[in-house]
Design a protein around this ligand. Structure first.
Ligand code: INI
Length: 155
């Protein structure tokens, strides 16, 4: 007997999405935003159903993601930011607090969140992952959010 398998179709028709993005390193984050929007629209989402919210840095993203998810107005949230290691331990705190906060917000609200936070040692690594040879982390995060929304609808 075949195993009953539940999978998500990557169909974004009718989906309402909030994109929550940091202004810090905006020349990188803007590429993640356009990648995520392009992905969602090419998979059937309507631009009127997408809302972009900008925050100062990655540290501030979880609280906005949580409030948007709690509003009941969105099927999913895409969190986008870029943290690039500097000379101080600030990097580690910002990355881990953003990851923890987003994990908490998605579990607490039950709203799927794509985690598109680049955590890189160098600017070159961030550029690679923002629409060049390493792909685009914004696209990946939008796709993961969409797939999760479609799976949860069936559970
Ligand atoms: N925020 C980022 O989004 N990326 C970074 O690389 C970064 N660095 O390196 O400091 C960063 N810091 C700001 C932080 O997210 C907060 O906005 C700030 O601490 C004010 O609360």
């Amino acid at each position: 007997m075949p195993v009953k398998t539940i999978e998500g179709q990557l169909n974004a028709k009718g989906i309402k999405v909030a994109l929550v993005a940091a202004r810090f390193n905006d020349f990188i984050v803007d590429r993640l935003i356009s990648g995520a929007i392009d992905y969602l629209v090419r998979h059937g989402a309507s631009e009127e159903d997408l809302t972009l919210v900008r925050l100062p840095g990655a540290f501030e993203l979880p609280i906005a993601a949580q409030k948007l998810a709690r509003s009941g107005n969105y099927d999913g949230v895409v969190v986008l930011g870029a943290v690039i290691r500097g000379a101080t331990p600030h990097f580690d705190y910002v990355c881990s607090e953003c990851a923890k906060g987003v994990a908490h917000a998605t579990m607490e609200t039950g709203v799927p969140m794509g985690f598109g936070l680049l955590t890189c040692d160098t600017l070159d690594q961030a550029i690679e992952r923002a629409g060049s040879k390493g792909g685009n982390k914004g696209v990946e995060a939008a796709s993961a959010m969409l797939e999760t929304v479609r799976v949860l609808e069936q559970l």
